[in-house]
Write a new protein. Structure first.
Length: 118
């Protein structure tokens, strides 16, 4: 199973970006999906998660600005980021808990850089 993340880039403060992360490979079903981020010199932190049933959870710092969603038919998780701030600058990593023929595992994407700067 591989995860391919995309959508990062440079955006001005107050702008928006949409990240995508698609899973491919031997997949029976996908459980939870999520996004984490790691800013320079800081530890990786949770941004948002979404369960197979659609329940969501957000870090306090992004509540009301970011929206996580999923398309089960496409094995894809999205992160809509609005009203971006310079402190949102980080490498964003997606994760998906995938059930396959050999069991259930947590997979990570390669990371996509988001830079918020004027």
């Amino acid at each position: 199973v591989q995860l391919q993340a995309s959508g990062g880039g440079l955006v001005q403060p107050g702008g928006s970006l949409r990240l995508s992360c698609a899973a491919s490979g031997s997949i029976l079903s996908i459980k939870a999906m999520g996004w984490y981020r790691q800013a320079p010199g800081k530890q990786r932190e949770l941004v948002a998660t979404i369960t197979s049933g659609g329940s969501t959870n957000y870090a306090d710092s992004v509540k009301g600005r970011f929206t996580i969603s999923r398309d089960n038919a496409k094995n894809t998780v999205y992160l809509q980021m609005n009203t971006l701030k310079p402190e949102d600058t980080a490498v964003y990593y997606c994760t998906q808990v995938v059930a396959g023929l050999l069991g259930e595992y947590d997979y990570w994407g390669q990371g996509t850089l988001v830079t918020v700067s004027s």
